[in-house]
Write a protein that binds this ligand. Structure first.
Ligand code: PLP
Length: 377
């Protein structure tokens, strides 16, 4: 199979698997127990916390482990809006549902919520953001990179623009982590979410960076784990795997990003010349691994199904929304009609993608498109 759906999830790295196996076999203790079995597990969690923090330039104590990106986003949005006197939230129309849905929930509870529009490449307008950041705003949430198109948002500039209003700034970095260098201090954010399974770690682990001094309300209540922000006995093997995945991502980031960008650019250049009516969504400032391609007049889902039958995995957008028939809300927010948005396919490459995969992928897409043209004539 040619796997070109790395934005949905990534395969477990063998080194991550080995680290998890060791944790499963040797350290079954509860990290909160004071006996040596518990303390052995605690040391593994502490080491993972340092590895995770190091990927984003944070201090280990600023990391709160969660079950993944969705929970980290929910904790940021709902936790910030609950604990502040300020009630407002500002976000963008192209955020992942893990941000948009808690914002919609807050809106139903009476919070003022502003959802900012984006331009045709999916970039938010900084002047509009600054205008929306009034004194009653508790949180501004703007993703670092979009999951459907790879488009990068000007998060550092946004954090500077809204500083005067005193709101917390959160960034969903689930897609950016492991693909772009991230430094929470350079970005100037107070909260940042990321997820293990997008960077060759296991599913069921993620983290929210919570800057020292920032007060959040927890979503669940119980013990004292994770500074009481996320109580419950830690999922030690998954956290260990996440830590290892972050360490690998940090050491391999530059080389991986350069190699994958070259493969992705070659793929796009080939497709644009070989398939009539194709264009690239998301502008030029994108993640190095993502190609969201419009096939004018064709159905992206039909292309996806044809490719699957030929042994290639791609998607029409976020995996968690692919069960519903509505087109990508990201492409619609970029001003595309329903038909235009439905004509697109997301290709996302990664660590294991080879030159041969790209050549074969191009041929398969050409075949899949020809099949659809043949079926119509
Ligand atoms: N945010 C973005 C931008 C994502 O792409 C995803 C997953 O696709 C999430 C949040 C949710 O992360 P998780 O699958 O770890 O819950």
């Amino acid at each position: 199979m040619i796997y070109a759906d790395y934005n949905a999830t990534t395969p477990l790295d063998p080194e991550v698997r080995a680290a998890m196996n060791e944790a499963l076999d040797v350290s079954f203790g509860n990290p909160s127990s004071i006996h040596s079995a518990g303390q052995a597990a605690r040391r593994l969690v502490d080491r993972a916390r340092a590895q995770v923090a190091s990927l984003i330039g944070a201090a280990p104590d600023e990391i709160v482990f969660t079950s993944g990106g969705t929970e980290a986003d929910n904790l940021a949005v709902l936790g910030a809006a609950a604990s502040a006197e300020r009630k407002g939230v500002v976000t963008s129309a192209v955020e992942h549902k893990a941000v948009l849905d808690p914002c919609a929930y807050l809106h139903k509870q009476g919070h003022p919520v502003t959802v900012l529009p984006v331009d045709r490449h999916g970039r938010v307008d900084l002047a509009a953001l600054e205008a929306a950041a009034r004194a009653d705003v508790a949180l501004v949430s703007l993703m670092l990179a979009n999951n459907d198109t790879g488009t990068l948002q000007p998060v550092a500039e946004a954090a500077r623009a809204v500083k005067a209003c005193g709101a917390l700034v959160h960034s969903d970095a689930v897609q950016a982590a492991g693909k772009l260098p991230i430094d929470v201090n350079k970005l100037g954010v107070s909260l940042l979410s990321f997820s293990s399974h997008k960077i060759h770690g296991p599913k069921g682990a993620g983290a929210l960076f919570v800057r020292y001094g920032v007060r959040l309300a927890p979503l669940v209540h119980g013990g004292r784990q994770e500074r009481t922000l996320r109580p419950g006995t830690e999922n030690v093997p998954a956290i260990v795997g996440f830590g290892k995945a972050c360490e690998l991502a940090r050491t391999r980031l530059e080389a991986d990003a350069r190699r994958v960008a070259a493969l992705r650019d070659h793929f796009e250049a080939q497709l644009l010349t070989r398939v009539a009516g194709t264009s690239i969504n998301g502008g030029s400032n994108r993640l190095p691994n993502t190609s969201n391609i419009a096939f004018a007049g064709l159905d992206g889902e039909a292309i996806t199904i044809n490719l699957d039958m030929m042994g290639m995995a791609v998607s029409t957008g976020a995996a968690c929304s692919s069960a519903d028939k509505t087109p990508s809300h990201v492409l619609v927010a970029m001003g595309q009609s329903t038909a235009e948005a439905r004509s697109s396919v997301r290709f996302s490459f990664g660590r294991d993608t080879t030159d041969e995969d790209i050549d074969q992928a191009t041929s398969l897409v050409v075949q899949a498109v020809n099949l659809l043209h043949g079926a119509r004539s």
